[in-house]
Each structure stands twice: as C-alpha cells, then as structure tokens.
Ligand binder design. Structure first.
Ligand code: F6R
Length: 610
C-alpha cells in the first residue's frame, strides 16, 4: 500500500528518503518517486519511476539532488496504472509545488473539471495531480494557507506531504483517514505514513489526527485543524528498533517472523497471565471490567487472516465464557446495518490497525452506540486510537505481507480475553489455572513445532507443482484450515480452499483425485475419530493426505501419505500450534516455486482502500 516519507533538516534529504522508502517496500507498491529541493539552484528536482526502488535509485544518479528538504512516495496504483507518469510526486503546472498522497480524492473528477475549465493541462491519470493543481490555485505566498484552503473542498481520504520551491524551510503534512506521523529529532523532522520508515532515526513520534494540518520548520512544528485553529498533539515513544525491521540471517521476513513466534508470544503474554489466580490481566480492558461482566453478546469483526483468528476467538469465548459470539467480515458488517443491542460488545481485530474496512466497521458500531475494543499489533494505529480500549499484540513489527506471528498472537490475545470473560462467569479457579498455564506454555510448544521445518520442506518438495490444495479441519481447526489455505494462496499462487472436514461429502469430495493434496488438521481431540473417517474417505477416492496431528499410533498412520506430528496442549489452544506447520508448508512451497514470498503479487500489507 502507498507509503510517504518526507524530511526537513540539515542533512542531505535524498539518502534519508531512499532508506525510508526501502523500509516501506514490505507494504507492496508498483512505482516510487521523490522531489528534493535543490539547494544549489533553488528548484525542485523530481524523479519517479514504475517498478522498484532500485530503479528509482538508478534514475536518481542522473540528477543533482542536493538539499535538505524532500518528499517521497511508494505508490500502489488506484487511479491510473503503475507508470512513470502516474507515480508520485505530482507537481503544480508551474512546477513549484510537489505533492505525495495516500488515499483517494472522491470528488477529483469535479475538481478536475473546474481546473481544466481554467486552462490547467493534466499529465497523469491520477487523483493526486488534482491536489497539486488545486493547492497551487490557492497559493499566494503561504503554503500552509494554500493547503488549508484547498482541503476545504477536497472530499475523500488523504495523507499528504507538500513542499513548495518558494518556501525552502517548510514541509506541510495533512491527514484525513490515512495515517501520518512526525518523527522528531533535534533540528530535523520526518513525516511518514508508517513509523517503520523512521525508527532508525528516532523513536519520538507525534501521530496526527484526522483533519490535522501540520506545518513543519527546521526548528519545530505547529498543528492546526482544517479550520486553521491550533491543536496540540502529544509526543509518544514507539516500540521497536531497527533490528526488528531487518531480516538478519533469514532469507525472507516471512520465515524470520514464523521463527520469531515463540518470542512474539512471550512478549504477548508477558505480565498478562496471573497463573495462581487462573486469570488474565489485560491493562487495556481494565476500565471496561464492569461492563464486560454485563455483556450478553459479542461481535468480532475483521478481515483476512485477522478474521480467521477471530473465528478461533469465537470458539474460545463461547467455550470458556458461554457468551454468544458472531464473527463478521468487516467489509460486510459496515454495510449490513447490524443489530447491536445495549449489552453487545464489539471487538475489531487488525494487525496493522489501518485496514479501511475494519475501521469503517468500527465507526459503524460506534455510531450505533456500541463500546468497541480492538486487538491490534501496531501501537498508535488508527483503529487502536479510535477504539474505546483494547489489547495490543506486542508481537513486534510484521513486515512479510503474509501474516504469521500476528495470527498466532491474535489467537493468544483472544484466548486471554476468553479466559478473563470465562473467569467472570463459568470457569472455576481450577479450570482457570489449567488454561492460564496452558497459554503460558504455548511459546515452548511453538518452539518445538518449528523444529519440523525440514520435514515440512521435504513434503513441500512432493507437492510444490500442484495446482490445487484442500485444507480441512473441524471446530477449532476449521479456521486453522481456512488460514492455512489463505497462506498458500497468497504466496504460492496455488488455488487452495479451506473447508470444514465433514462438509466435503456434501460436494467438494468430487474434486478428490490423485492430483489433489489434502491437508487435514486433526489433533487428538473429541472429534478426532470423526476426522479420521473423513480422511479415510478422501484416501479411498485417491487423494494425497497430509495430516497434522498430535496422535501417536492412530489408524491414520496406516493410510496417510504424510504425518506432521505436533506437540499437544489444551484442545482449545491447539490452533496456535497447528497453524505453524501450515505457515511453513506455504512458505516452503512458495520458495520452491521461485516466488517473492515477502511481497507477493497484487498484495499490500495494509489495505487502506475499500
Ligand atoms: C493475510 C493477510 C491479510 C490481512 C488482512 C487484514 O496474510 O495479512 O489477509 O490479515 O488484510 O489486515 P489487518 O489485520 O492489518 O487488518
């Protein structure tokens, strides 16, 4: 998804912008560009190109771009294809104002019409070019004023960074519905849509709110609302360091993040389990404890992998707390006019905390008067800040586009919430102690499971040329199967479906033949014997069976083609363990197919458009 990095200070801006853009590569993009104010001739130097940052770097060698003020951007095409011309920055007709933009200008066609009638010639197909000309139309020597005036009539969403060659000491930022933050250092300031672009420089961050316009100078900044009234925004310290944003010895971020799971889960549970009381203490829910006691229904809304984590959460909360839970795709929830009673609690789940559909669902739930709590990984993200409370994952930055450690951490956070709600209701002290200890031991069990990576690579070698896969599971492992299939689709581009195991006899069994690998998630639990029957019928139709199980010496050993034997724990927590081999299987298959697993085609890390 699009990314912004801008700089004002005393150092050469270009290398800083390039490094920042590289840190944003993980988000996915199809073109990139920058404008730097050349301190030798006082003119804006703009370079942009379709393709990767490397291509931009090569192109940048051709120009002299010395200067300590600049804006830059990675673009993911929305209006207009991924071409050099459509890449950002976009310039005003006189070339004096440069703009980079995340978001969508909804009334761009109407604004473009006005500008064209006034004689402005457009060079690109983008909505962003409209912004550059529109700001220029209002420019009378004060860029901040011009941006404020221009934004009055622009509809839609934006994170903006704007510079003007007449004002070498000013960088303007503006935000509505698309994240933007300042990174503060002595005598230099960064403006970015994603703090991972600036963590190598500073951990001091000021998050802008919707409708903020910031005017940044070398010695400080001021924030106004869109009406021009001053507002104050607090500085915060962000978590994370540079090491977290680097691959280390791993060939891919995805593999690093799969292997980071024990540590991520330790960080996620640290200080949150009270083993002797058999309970969880989640600071972000402390203010809501009384309210939590009286809720009688929960809605969890999310997208993609986070949605599957929510489905596991549904099973956990219903099982331990006895509260009815509904899980809804956020993209559906927002338009469905959902019924939210006075004792209904809404949770959103989002790794990035920026997903547009999830944010819109949150707003819809709040509009209807619900308390909304959120489970996010990115601290200070829009969803986290728009919620009434919630729980951070503390899983560390997730860079690989395919979510892995965030998924297991989401399930663990949901398990702690289920424990807390359960202890307010039907879980005994003894049950609580058993569950709290089981949650506490998950990092060790995930560590053991990761040792299976080479065995899973061997299985991947047998199937990486397959064109279809089926993933099956029941109860807790139905969402695990769905998530396993999603992982494979995303990075290997193999068609895969996740299905409830018992349902395949109602149709999908017709797909089974010797070319269909079927991954069955079948830990030894109450449904194990039934899943064994499902597996047997697949085998009898010629399917290739890869079974993920905790069972030793079960009948399944006799007819499965491959067994992945994982450690066992409390039945309800098995999804955390069982999803790890599926992540590894997808990873190894994608690598064997020669795919770019960290930035798979057509995908972006945070989906900030509808
Ligand atoms: C899949 C994946 C996506 C995200 C989805 C929601 O690996 O990463 O399906 O889970 O786009 O993103 P968040 O959790 O950031 O709201």
């Amino acid at each position: 998804m699009c990314g912004i990095v801008a700089y004002i200070g005393s150092k050469p801006a270009l290398p800083i912008l390039m490094n920042g853009l590289k840190r944003l590569e993980y988000r996915g993009y199809d073109s990139a560009g920058f404008s730097v104010l050349n301190s030798d001739n006082g003119k804006l130097e703009t370079v942009k190109t379709a393709g990767k940052i490397k291509a931009l770097e090569n192109k940048a060698k051709e120009i002299n771009a010395a200067g300590a003020l600049g804006i830059s951007h990675t673009r993911w095409a929305t209006h207009g294809g991924p071409t050099d011309i459509n890449a950002h920055p976009h310039l005003s007709a006189d070339g004096k104002i440069a703009v980079v933009h995340n978001g969508v200008v909804e009334n761009y066609a109407a604004v473009k019409k006005i500008l064209e009638a006034e004689g402005v010639k457009f060079t690109s197909d983008t909505d962003t070019e409209v912004i550059a000309h529109w700001i220029s139309r209002f420019y009378k020597g004060d860029l901040n004023e011009a941006v404020l005036e221009a934004l009055q009539s622009l509809e839609g969403t934006f994170g903006l960074a704007v510079i003007c060659q007449n004002e070498p000491d000013v960088l303007i930022g503006a935000r509505r519905g698309s994240p933007l933050a300042l990174g503060i250092c002595e005598n230099e300031t960064f403006l970015t849509s994603d703090t991972s672009a600036v963590i190598e420089h500073t951990q001091k961050i000021v998050y802008l709110e919707d409708n903020d316009v910031v005017s940044i100078r070398r010695n400080g900044f001021t924030v106004q609302n869109i009406k021009g009234q001053p507002v104050s925004r607090e500085m915060q310290r962000i978590e994370g360091d540079l090491e977290m944003a680097q691959k280390g010895d791993f060939p891919h971020f995805m593999l690093k993040e799969i292997f980071e799971q024990p540590e991520a889960l330790r960080n996620c549970t640290r200080g949150r389990l009270i083993l002797e009381e058999g309970n969880a203490k989640l600071a972000g829910l402390d203010n809501s404890l009384k309210e939590l006691r009286s809720i009688d229904r929960i809605i969890i809304t999310a997208c993609g992998t986070s949605y599957y984590a929510a489905m596991v959460g549904e099973c956990l909360i219903e099982e331990w707390a006895g509260i009815p839970v509904e899980v809804e795709y956020a993209s559906e929830f927002r338009y469905r006019n959902p019924i939210i009673g006075t004792n209904t609690l809404v949770f959103t789940v989002s790794q990035s905390g920026e997903t547009a559909d999830t944010l819109a669902a949150l707003k819809e739930a709040k509009q209807k008067g619900a308390t909304v709590l959120s489970i996010c990984n990115v601290v200070g993200s829009t969803i986290a800040r728009a919620s009434d409370g919630g729980v951070y994952l503390h899983a560390g930055a997730e860079i690989g586009i395919a979510s892995t450690k965030a998924f297991t951490a989401q399930v663990v956070v949901l398990s702690m919430i289920a424990l807390l709600l359960g202890r307010q209701r039907r879980l005994s002290h003894e049950n609580g102690i058993e569950i709290a200890n089981a949650i506490d031991s998950l990092p060790c069990l995930v560590e053991q499971t990761l040792k299976l990576s080479d065995d899973i690579l061997a299985i991947a070698k047998s199937y990486y040329k397959s064109t279809n896969f089926l993933y099956l599971g029941r109860h807790y492992h139905y969402p695990v199967a769905m998530e396993g299939a999603l992982k494979l689709k995303e990075i290997s581009y193999i068609h895969a479906e996740g299905y409830p195991a018992a349902e395949i006899k109602h149709g999908p069994i017709a797909l089974i033949d010797e070319n269909m690998p079927v991954v069955i998630v079948a830990p030894k639990d109450a449904l194990f014997n039934k899943v064994v029957s499902n597996a047997r019928s697949i085998k009898s139709h010629g399917g290739k069976l890869i079974v993920v199980t905790t069972a030793n010496c079960s009948p399944i050993d006799e007819f499965a083609d491959h067994i992945i034997r994982i450690p066992s724990t409390n039945t309800a927590l098995m999804p955390v363990i069982a999803s790890v081999p599926l992540q590894l299987l997808a990873y190894h298959i994608a690598v064997l197919r020669g795919n770019d697993v960290d930035t798979p085609r057509n995908l972006t890390k945070s989906v900030m458009v509808e």
